[in-house]
Design a protein around this ligand. Structure first.
Ligand code: TYD
Length: 205
């Protein structure tokens, strides 16, 4: 099973993935956590271009190709093998980030991003998506206080607002797959909500 965590900057995806991995492993389940972009050697090199190279004047479409390229490599070399071994894969971001950031944020046509995604991931799509929803002002303030501002974080507030609204639109369109969680709540409470939502999926009956 592939479970993706999505959300804007500083929404606490990483913390939740850590907490969840611990619980699932304590129940004897095999879990792999992955991160996008990254996860492979080429993915790390692409990540560096995307997040740190403020000098390159990347176009929205180029950004989308690079995120998709990192994803194509990771899906084939990391994600699919883990799923085939029966592991639960917890993914910090997925192609839905491309729809939210490059689609709604950078205004690239979603139809093009969907084609790109088909080529990158094929049938390997999340079974469930948790959206950790948070006003961008709060998330960005969290990141600033940790001194972790990357090239995309540095975009205007309107960009981050479009990303948030985009995520909420995606979640609404596919409510069966998405669970929207209020990420302003304390981490322990968010963790309980995630476990509660996963219970019927992981342990039916
Ligand atoms: P990262 O430092 O991993 O941030 P976060 O902890 O918020 O996930 O940076 C990833 C950045 O890349 C983040 O700003 C979201 C952005 N991104 C896209 O724009 N498109 C994508 O397809 C992905 C996977 C990430």
């Amino acid at each position: 099973m592939l479970i993706a965590f999505e959300g804007g900057e500083g929404s606490g995806k990483g913390t939740q993935i850590c907490l969840l991995q611990e619980v699932l492993e304590s129940k004897g389940l095999k879990v792999l956590s992955i991160i996008e972009p990254g996860g492979t050697e080429v993915g790390k090199a692409i990540r560096n271009i995307l997040l740190d190279r403020k000098d390159l004047d990347l176009l929205g479409i180029t950004e989308a190709f690079l995120f998709s390229a990192s994803r194509a490599q990771q899906v084939r070399t990391v994600t699919r093998p883990a799923l085939e071994e029966g592991k639960i894969v917890l993914s910090d971001r997925s192609f839905y980030s491309t729809y939210a950031y490059q689609g709604y944020g950078r205004k690239q046509p979603i139809s093009i991003l969907k084609k790109m995604t088909e080529l990158a991931v094929g049938e390997t799509k999340p079974d469930l998506v948790f959206l950790l929803d948070l006003p961008p002002e709060i998330g960005l303030a969290r990141k600033k206080s940790q001194n972790q501002i990357n090239r995309l974080d540095a975009e205007a507030m309107e960009f981050h607002q479009r990303v948030r609204a985009g995520y909420l639109t995606l979640a609404k369109k596919d409510a069966k797959k998405w669970r929207v969680i209020d990420a302003a709540k304390p981490p322990e409470q968010i963790h309980s909500e995630i476990l509660f939502a996963l219970e019927p999926v992981l342990f039916p009956n």
